[in-house]
Design a binder for this molecule. Structure first.
Ligand code: CP
Length: 309
């Protein structure tokens, strides 16, 4: 069974084919002709953590391809009675579900499961703890390509809580595979990784230095739910040093675009003027999320895993 857990499951040509399919769907995402692609298939969203964008866009994507969708939240399901993720997945296999989209607070929970046992259902990672969020990185790359024409020469700053960010990890993994060689990380010391990750050109606490000549900046939320007792600057101090406002954005290249995976904490990681300004791609990212998730379902369920390693 083929799964979509992180970009290690995909060859370079597989990544290119997937991205091409995202961009194709983005031209006509609601074309009624798409409804035959997954006609008769059943997809379950199984979310153990809160979500708006990811859960709803996976649901809309599945509907647009003609699949039936069942939503399960941990609260209100047999998870509350102590059922393990593995037993829940095996229950869904027996019911006849074809694919399960899973968001879970435990890092690598799906990778560990598929190593332990062959799971007879396509698993899609919708965010695992501090691990990966590959569908977010896919929609981010497609949004950047659509806005800029290509990723060639991109100088990207990722700012905020990098230490706990599955979005940062998946973007570094995907964008470096796509040839982006200038990725800079910035944030307070306690929210940066202990070591500079592979394929990152700069890691600093100084936002103004990181922004020099940048043409994309991806802002991240502080993930209070994963802090585990880390001391943080207060909100005003954080915004002053690591928040993005109009004045700071002017330190970047004039063509610089602004991304945020959401949910945005306005006044903390960015000002209203930046979130809603002409350089913001936040709404385009959300729209691209549906096309990205259609392409993932298509790859796993319609194209029988073409392009996978
Ligand atoms: N970007 C993202 O994962 O948003 P949600 O938590 O709302 O799904």
């Amino acid at each position: 069974m083929q799964h979509f857990l992180d970009f290690n499951q995909l060859s370079d040509s597989g990544i290119e084919a997937l991205l091409k399919q995202v961009l194709e769907y983005s031209h006509q995402p609601a074309d009624p002709g798409h409804r035959q692609i997954l006609d008769g298939r059943v997809i379950t969203n199984l979310f153990y953590e809160a979500s708006t964008r990811t859960r709803v866009s996976f649901e809309v994507a599945a509907h647009r391809l003609g699949a039936e969708v069942i939503n399960i939240s941990a609260g209100g399901s047999s998870v509350e009675k102590g059922e393990s993720l593995r037993d829940t997945l095996e229950t869904l296999v027996s019911i006849g579900v074809d694919a399960v989209v899973v968001r879970h607070p435990q890092t690598a929970v799906l990778n560990d499961l598929v190593v332990e046992k062959d799971i007879e259902i396509a698993l899609i990672n919708a965010g695992d703890g501090c691990g990966h969020h590959p569908s977010q990185a896919l929609l981010d790359a497609a949004t950047l390509i659509t806005a800029r024409g290509s990723l060639v020469g991109l100088k990207l700053v990722i700012a905020g809580d990098i230490r706990h960010s599955r979005v940062a990890r998946s973007n570094i993994q995907l964008l470096s595979r796509l040839g982006v060689d200038d990725i800079r990380l910035v944030g307070p010391k306690q929210l940066l990784p202990d070591e500079c990750p592979q394929n990152v050109s700069l890691m600093t606490e100084d936002f103004d230095i990181a922004l020099a000549d940048a043409n994309a900046v991806m802002m991240l939320r502080i993930q209070h739910e994963r802090m585990g007792g880390l001391e943080l600057p207060d909100t005003d101090d954080y915004h002053r040093r690591w928040g993005l406002d109009k004045a700071r954005l002017m330190l970047a290249h004039p063509d610089c675009v602004v991304l945020h995976p959401g949910p945005v904490n306005r006044g903390v990681e960015m000002s209203n003027a930046v979130a809603d300004g002409s350089q913001s791609l936040i709404r385009s990212q959300v729209a691209m999320g549906v096309s990205a998730r259609m392409a993932i379902f298509d790859m796993l369920l319609a194209s029988a895993g073409a392009g996978q390693r």
